[in-house]
Design a protein around this ligand. Sequence first.
Ligand code: ME8
Length: 487
Amino acid sequence: MEKFYVTTPIYYVTAKPHLGHAFATIVADILARWNRILGKEVFFLTGTDEHGTKIEKAAREAGKTPKEFVDEVANMYMGAWKALDISYDKFIRTTDEEHEKAVSEFVRLVWDNKDIYKGVYEGWYCVPDETFIADFEVKDGKCPECGRDVQRVKEDAYFFALSSYKEDLLRIFEENPDFVKPNSRLNEIVKILKGTLRDLDITRKSVTWGIPFEPDKEQTVYVWFDALINYISALGWPNGSKFTEFWPADVHIVGKEISRFHAVIWPAMLLSAGIDLPKTILVHGWWTVEGKKMGKSLGNAVNPIDLSKKYSVDALRYFLVKEKSIWEDGDFSESGLVSRINGELLADLGNLVARVLTLAEKFKGKIDGKAEIADNLNMSRIMELFDGYDINGALNEIWAFVRSINKYINDTEPWKLDGPRLGTVLNNSLEALRIISILLYPFMPSTSESMQAQLGIKLGTINDCKFGTFNGKVKRGKNLFDKIVTA
Ligand code: ME8
């Protein structure tokens, strides 16, 4: 069976899950579910990043031990993903024993390959981003990435010979133009690579909340070096059978602020350890609020669970993918969400299902007849968009099909028909709804399920997305969506 391995970033436990985290995780869930209905065996990984300075500091501020603190927040993430219908196969935590062992083994391989040397790190460190920053990048004592204060650090440290992988990485990017998506992000990475690529400090002497660095126990492993290894430790690397089955990953989903870690540092680490590289790093854009990146630091984080309770999980999932291209930034507003519910989910889909099922339930004749609207569905385009991970494009294409069925109903006016002609129009409409219920499954799993319950059918696979003779047993249920009335 063909395999598909998809991952999200593992989230820092310093922040509670917000809409940005939910977005990245929903994107991964959509790809996982899509590949399941393609008939592949899927492994979908998410989890939490639990070591490092900022977590140590956050625990102290909360009056807890780091362990108590990380357990609490990791549980919060698991709860959030359950609430949002995230179908992950494994939730990894970097404090898992299996992960810690894998990190030590990884360090050993890189060490044996003579890619680690001792030196002194003197420079700046951004605690919220857990990033080392060169002198020339710091402006007025602030981090160039997030704008927060940086700390001066001077300590003995071990370095990874990142710079020696520069040419290899450039060649890999040249040979695999899909290694980073979208292309504009690949170009940015190539530009970074062609500039000065410094070796990376991979240990911290002053940080105790971390994985011991085996060659020198006075040091702990730098949190990013530790965190990236989650993508293989979760599969039981070095010995696990899942590693043999699922590695290399098909796609690592990451936000644009961490593309450099995934497209430069991670592949160099893997090259040094002699492990295959992942196939694609998918770099998505941000959700902003009034133009500013949503996040804890700005205090503008939107709670996805509150929204899902207020409007439904599926409405939120739909909105996050439909509202903006996956590659670009998009500004969040609750009014935008409401207008997608009323104007699309209810007006295009909910009403269509109600209209067709009401007519079908009343009809006593035979539902069959030739396909009249098969050409409205561009399956090869949908497949192609999914192949390129453009899930916003795919959803737009699916929605064009939904709208075309509304037009078909308006044009054929089935409420004025009867006999075999009505049987044919109903057959086309019901078959269209059956196909829509499959295509929407990755995006809105419970809406898809509710459509199937009302159509009296089972989910099926992508191979079932073609017109035939409808053979479900129709039973109208409750409306898929209700109108949201705002004051
Ligand atoms: O960076 N819009 O964790 P993190 C869209 N632990 N997506 C957003 C977002 C926003 N406003 N804010 C966050 C870390 N995200 C590291 C990762 S991986 C080995 C280690 C999403 O908790 C986006 O995917 O800061 C981003 O890359 C990720 O959350 C960062 O989560």
